[in-house]
Design a protein around this ligand. Structure first.
Ligand code: ZN
Length: 80
């Protein structure tokens, strides 16, 4: 499962697209998600919640695709 969203970079104030590949809590996790090459791969920070068998981070960090600045931000849970 992929979370995909846009985030406005806190440095250059441009919007970039990011994604986060959510690890499965159980099961073999053989789902092959398509990983978007042109988007920023986010990493989980700090706490996460469990939802529908997935471990979903509350906060991620993602590198801006425009200026390479590392942004830390909360995930909007409506996306999940
Ligand atoms: Zn930027």
């Amino acid at each position: 499962m992929l979370i995909r969203d846009k985030h406005e970079c806190e440095k250059c104030e441009k919007e970039f697209e990011w994604y986060y590949q959510v690890p499965q809590l159980w099961g073999t996790g053989l789902t092959a998600d398509f990983l978007p090459q042109d988007k920023s791969a986010a990493s989980a920070l700090g706490r996460s919640i469990e939802k529908n068998g997935y471990k979903i981070p509350l906060q991620v960090s993602a590198r801006c695709t425009k200026c390479d600045h590392l942004n830390n931000f909360d995930i909007k849970q409506k996306e999940v």
